[in-house]
Design a protein around this ligand. Structure first.
Ligand SMILES: NC(=O)c1ccc[n+]([C@@H]2O[C@H](COP(=O)([O-])OP(=O)(O)OC[C@H]3O[C@@H](n4cnc5c(N)ncnc54)[C@H](O)[C@@H]3O)[C@@H](O)[C@H]2O)c1
Length: 315
């Protein structure tokens, strides 16, 4: 299959690019920042020869249309988006790069008669725990977004389903929870520093240490995107995705088992959004089962950082 990955030089996009290449697909990665991005940390030498890297903005419908034709693209993995912190003080950025961008992707995909658009939604579509009396949050639970980012993702779910219902375009949204791993360059501090700093023996300051997250390792996030791209049309359009619930304190305690001298400064505080999601619809419709529980993934990623730095591996 020929796949266009938007946001293909970003964190999740880089792993999706690698996973697709590994599985024998042809990949065009499209991103407005193709250098000094996560791809530099994720892509290995031999893989780069099977990749076309294109610099461009996802709101540029003409350029995207040309790429779809040139590369005979069959499907799009749409992962280009600003993250929550970037959009809260900049509604214009949110509307252009989330809503307008989604509209452009759906339009070019429809015009080119593509097989499928898989895209990244977010659990930020959900609201406070008090709004969900029954846990885990079911796949079709109502949305009560608490941020502009969450509201845009929620609207994009509606827009994508509209394109499926009205025009028959096969769209599939994945509501990612907290995605972590090596190579993340943007987003909340706890997911940027938690691995790299202790792995290198540097002190690490973490906000909201009492917060409980659903932790999805980026390798699993990439695997579910690839599996979704290859799946036949599902009955459901947008899916909860998750792996393992744990507090930040539990993640830190796990790291300390291997690195007892690691210095963490933990600031108390909780995350305001409900964090327990029912992912059985995703499992039933595309068969995705995460392979990387938190303990295994932390060990794996700490050792990636240590290998690169020439430090001894953790046993
Ligand atoms: N990382 C997480 O924990 C998480 C959780 C939920 C949802 N998501 C979603 O997953 C997707 C990927 O997130 P990520 O963590 O890889 O973020 P990232 O910031 O690492 O990657 C996003 C990439 O998109 C590119 N981009 C942004 N706007 C663009 C535009 N207009 N045109 C072209 N390129 C553009 C950026 O340059 C960046 O490389 C996003 O849609 C995000 O909302 C991520």
């Amino acid at each position: 299959m020929n796949v266009l990955v938007t946001g293909g030089a970003g964190f999740i996009g880089s792993y999706v690019v690698c996973e697709l290449i590994k599985a024998g697909h042809n990949v065009a990665a499209y991103d407005r920042q193709i250098t000094h991005n996560s791809l530099d940390h994720v892509l290995s030498g031999p893989q780069s020869s099977n990749l076309t890297l294109v610099a461009g903005d996802v709101t540029d419908a003409t350029k995207l249309g040309e790429i779809l034709r040139q590369h005979r693209v069959d499907a799009i993995a749409h992962l280009a988006s600003p993250l929550s912190a970037q959009t809260e003080d900049n509604p214009d950025l949110a509307i252009r790069n989330m809503i307008q961008a989604q509209h452009v992707i759906l339009e070019v995909a429809r015009a080119a008669n593509l097989k499928k658009v898989v895209w990244a939604s977010s659990v930020a579509v959900y609201g406070r725990p008090q709004q969900y009396p029954t846990l885990p949050v079911s796949n079709d639970a109502p949305h009560y977004p608490m941020s502009l980012y969450g509201a845009c993702k929620s609207f994009n779910e509606y827009l994508s389903s509209h394109y499926t219902d009205k025009y028959g375009l096969d769209t599939l949204g994945l509501r990612f929870p907290a995605v972590y791993g090596v190579g993340r360059m943007r987003g909340a501090a706890m997911f940027l520093d938690l691995i790299e700093k202790p792995a290198l023996g540097l002190p690490c300051r973490l906000p909201m240490a009492d917060a409980v997250y659903d932790w999805l390792y980026v390798v699993d996030a990439a695997a579910v995107v690839v599996q979704a791209l290859c799946a036949s049309k599902t009955a459901t359009r947008n899916f909860n995705v998750g792996c393992e619930l744990a507090s930040l304190r539990q993640a830190v305690a796990t790291i300390r088992e291997w690195l007892p001298d690691a210095v963490f400064e933990l600031e108390p505080g909780e995350y305001p959004i409900v964090e327990e999601y029912d992912c059985s619809t995703l499992r039933a419709e595309i068969g995705f089962v995460p392979q990387w529980p938190l303990r295994k993934a932390l060990h794996h990623s700490l050792n990636i950082v240590r290998t690169r730095a020439g430090l001894p591996l953790l046993g």
